[in-house]
Ligand binder design. Structure first.
Ligand SMILES: *Cc1c(COP(=O)(O)O)cnc(C)c1O
Length: 391
């Protein structure tokens, strides 16, 4: 990284002039907070007593057997408070916002998971919370709308366009431009303008730090491969950052193959994207030849995003990150297999990672050691899974 916020040829901050001071203030606050013992102690305390960290590392013996004998370890982010890794980031950024004297958190949400995690952190820290959400998404994700409201957040309906994440993001940014003196814009993945990718990776890096120590303890060696699903890329960044310097550890990111890459109905931006600016950063984006953002599809809402974090695009360009895909059908099969063989209902997002892990485990054979990030629990996906067919 040469200039701040650049990851190879990706990254940067492509934002209106009026947002530049707010981004600079945020970066300065972040740089000042991170080395400070009191900030770190407060974050560590909340991660331990509120989020439930460290999350366990589970040795999945029955999946190992089914997949040809390689040792399979699952990092249990599904056991974090609110059922996924997103809370690591919202609590971290929430603390940063409180330190900056902000009164309110602003966020956008598609499926509602990031909105719930943000509303949770706001309630915990005594901050206001406004979550922008497309009206189509609000209808589809009514339980998460109810959760956010119960947590004290205001859910602002965004009716225009398709009424989905894209429109909600536009509204959230407009709101932040008008209120950045008193509100913090809490981005939910390693995307958006600099310094957000850096900040979100920092708060998710706890996953990789813990997992590295846990697997050294449990397997007495580093894994051959670490596997994580990629939507925006935050759970993958968090896991992989623990192993970046361990050149012998292969890092494999798994994108949503949807109905198959050839159908165009997928969300595989690292696999099939082109360089473009989306949400304030240059990265790989699913666009048509004219540069228009393409519609995406995935059975899992968390992976259904046309872009990806710029650092992941750079890791791929450097050859550090291997990228593969799993289809909707493969993710569903992996969901069912994990439920029956380990007694864990994984979210559909990490079910993609499990589907790829099964392939990799068979290649590695009995001597292999595999680490998979189980980024969230599947309770939220029951309806989708049941609709897809009987178990
Ligand atoms: C939101 C979500 C994801 C995708 O987001 P990343 O930023 O790519 O991690 C993955 N898994 C779960 C459980 C999620 O809720």
């Amino acid at each position: 990284m040469t200039t701040p916020g650049r990851y190879g040829s990706f990254g940067g901050a492509y934002v209106p002039e009026t947002l530049v001071p707010a981004l600079r203030t945020l970066e300065e606050a972040f740089d000042a907070a991170i080395p400070e013992a009191a900030f770190q102690a407060e974050l560590d305390r909340l991660l331990r007593t509120y989020v439930g960290r460290p999350t366990p590392l589970h040795r999945a013996r029955r999946l190992s057997e089914a997949w040809g004998g390689a040792a399979v370890f699952l990092k249990r982010e599904d056991l974090a408070h609110t059922g996924a890794h997103k809370i690591n980031n919202t609590v971290g950024q929430g603390l940063l916002a409180a330190r900056l004297g902000k009164k309110r958190l602003i966020a956008e949400t598609g499926a509602g998971q990031h909105g719930v995690a943000t509303a949770t952190a706001a309630a915990l820290l005594g901050l206001g919370c406004r979550v922008f959400m497309g009206t189509t998404d609000m209808a589809r994700q009514a339980p998460n709308v109810a959760r956010m409201k119960l947590l004290g957040a205001e859910v602002v309906p965004v009716p225009h366009g398709a009424g989905t994440l894209k429109e909600a993001t536009g509204e959230a940014i407009r709101e932040w431009m008008a209120t950045s003196h008193e509100a913090h814009y809490l981005i939910g993945s390693v995307v958006g303008p600099h310094p957000y990718p850096r900040i979100v990776r920092h708060f998710q890096a706890v996953i990789g730090r813990e997992a590295r120590a846990q697997i050294l303890d449990a397997a007495a060696r580093l894994p051959d491969v670490a596997v994580a699903c990629i939507g925006g890329g935050s759970n993958a960044s968090g896991l992989f950052s623990g192993f970046l310097e361990d050149r012998g550890v292969r890092l494999v990111g798994v994108e949503a193959g949807g109905e198959g890459l050839a159908t165009g109905k997928h969300a595989a931006s690292l696999t099939a994207g082109r360089p473009a600016v989306l949400h304030g950063a240059l990265s790989l984006v699913l666009t048509d030849p004219d540069g228009q953002i393409l519609p995406t599809h995935s059975i899992s809402a968390g992976l259904d995003y046309p872009g990806v974090g710029p650092e992941l695009a750079a890791w791929k360009a450097e050859g550090r990150l291997e990228v593969t895909t799993a289809t909707d059908a493969e993710a569903l099969a992996a969901f069912r297999e994990c439920a029956r063989l380990e007694g864990i209902l994984p979210a559909l997002e990490p079910s993609h990672a499990l589907a790829a892990a099964a392939r990799i485990a068979r290649e590695l054979g009995r001597s292999g050691v595999l680490l998979v990030n189980l980024s969230g629990r599947g309770d939220k996906d029951l309806e989708t899974v049941l609709k897809a067919g009987s178990p």
